[in-house]
Every structure is written in C-alpha cells, then in structure tokens.
Design a protein around this ligand. Structure first.
Ligand code: F6R
Length: 251
C-alpha cells in the first residue's frame, strides 16, 4: 500500500501513530528498528506521544537492522549511540530486550548467524520499520544482495558511504563495512512500514514504482509482501506519475 503525505511531519506522525497502535494492541511486540535521518522525526514524535499517553514499552523486544563494523557502542556515530540518543534513553524500555548487531564481535560471521537466529527465537518481527538508501538499499543490503540472504557482513558501497558521510564530522571516515539483517530476515516480518521523505528519495521511489521485483533494487522486494506500507511525503513522491500522486493524495 502506498501512502503519500503532504510533508515529512505528517508522514512521521502517521508512522509514529502506527507504532503506538502496535504497542497498545501487542505490548510484547517484537519491533524491527532502523536508524538514519528519516527515522529521527518519527522517534521524536513517538517519544512525545508515548510519554503523553504513558505508554508501557517495557514488554517490547527490539532488533535493529544494522551496525557499523569497528565502532564501539558508545562511539557517537554508532547506531547503538543513535538509538540511545533518539529513542531508548527517553522511555522505560527493558534494556535486556534491546538488540543491535555487535560491530566489535571477534567473529562477525557467526555473530551475524546468531543474530538472525535470535530474531527467530523471539518469534519473528511483528513490525519492521525501514528507510531506503538513494541506491535502493534496505538495511545495508546493497544492490545485488541475494533475496535469500540472512544477517551478514557487508562492504558498503561508495554511494552509501558518501550519503552517510553527512552524519560524520568532516575529516572522519565512514566505516567501510557493516553488519546488516539480510533481505530474507526483513521480508519475513509480519508487517513492514518503509518510509521515504525528501527530494533526495524521489528518484529511487520512481525506480521502485517503474520496476518489477529485482535484486538490483533491493527495495522492490517489498512488492512481494502483502502487509507492506510505503509511506512517502510529497517531495519523495514528486517523480511518480501524476495519476498515482493524485489518487493517493488523500492521505
Ligand atoms: C539504517 C538503515 C538504512 C537507512 C537508509 C536511509 O538503519 O538501515 O537502510 O534507512 O540508508 O537513511 P536516511 O534515512 O538517513 O536517508
């Protein structure tokens, strides 16, 4: 299902309310979480709503999609630090139920396998949040990643490292590799909400729309999921055909 909102704030409000509803109906839900600029206004809104509603998040289990290899959890640019800053520190989560891949593991391959297995042991993901990279990656599954992949170590493409350099201080280098949940882990989630906002996502959203399911554009795999929502703002939807934009403009 494609939902187009007027601006980033209303798209973020919608996603936050979807999360709130999930927690209310299933307080022990397993959530798949993402990082990145797209998620920041969503987590900010979620924290605000959850505090106002006194939502109990202590029963939730979370699995983050990815983490850079080589960054300590307290490194300010690690995804562990991002999650702490934007979400975890604000609400009373049960810390033992919050999971991120460990980019410092001495055996990254077996750690990755364990991570996929742990998701399964926890009953699988109820609701997976996703952003999308400018090249169509989801998690850090770069174009060409096999659809049957499980959690694994990935060499980041130059494009992704360049896109993400905006989060690093000038002069600091973006790590060359990361651990990411695989395409198969992601698509097994019972429900998926992918969010793309801003002009920089317009081209990949148009490519997603025009193409069939192809490993060259990882994001297209979501077309096979019966409960996947693609949430856009007007800017990200700006290169979609007018007919699509008009027919979806009611969101
Ligand atoms: C982050 C992640 C990535 C981002 C994507 C978009 O955990 O999995 O796939 O969602 O790179 O990043 P932003 O939102 O910064 O444009």
């Amino acid at each position: 299902m494609l939902l187009i909102f007027h601006d980033t704030a209303s798209a973020s409000d919608y996603v936050s309310s979807t999360l709130i509803e999930k927690v209310r109906t299933k307080p022990k839900a397993v959530l798949g979480l993402a990082t990145g600029g797209t998620m920041e206004p969503i987590y900010a809104r979620f924290v605000e709503q959850a505090l106002r509603l006194q939502l109990d998040v202590s029963g939730l289990t979370t699995f983050n999609l990815d983490e850079y290899v080589g960054l300590r959890p307290d490194h300010p640019k690690s995804y562990a630090a991002y999650m702490h800053h934007h979400l975890f520190r604000h609400l009373k989560f049960d810390r033992a139920r919050l999971h991120l891949p460990d980019g410092l593991s001495t055996d990254l391959d077996s750690h990755s396998l364990d991570y996929s297995a742990k998701v399964e042991r926890c009953g699988g993901i109820d609701l997976q949040l996703l952003g999308v990279g400018g090249n169509g990656h989801i998690g850090f599954n770069e174009p060409g990643t096999p659809f049957d992949s499980r959690c694994h170590v990935v060499q980041l493409s130059e494009r992704t490292r360049m896109d993400n350099s905006r989060f690093f201080d000038s002069g600091a280098t973006v790590p060359a590799s990361a651990i990411t949940m695989g395409m198969s882990d992601i698509i097994q989630a019972r429900e998926i909400v992918l969010v793309a906002t801003g002009e920089s996502k317009a081209e990949i959203v148009a490519e997603w729309y025009e193409n069939g399911v192809t490993e060259a554009i990882p994001f297209t795999l979501l077309k096979r999921h019966t409960r996947a929502k693609i949430v856009l703002d007007d800017a990200a939807a700006s290169l979609l055909p007018d007919s699509v934009r008009r027919s979806r403009a009611s969101a």
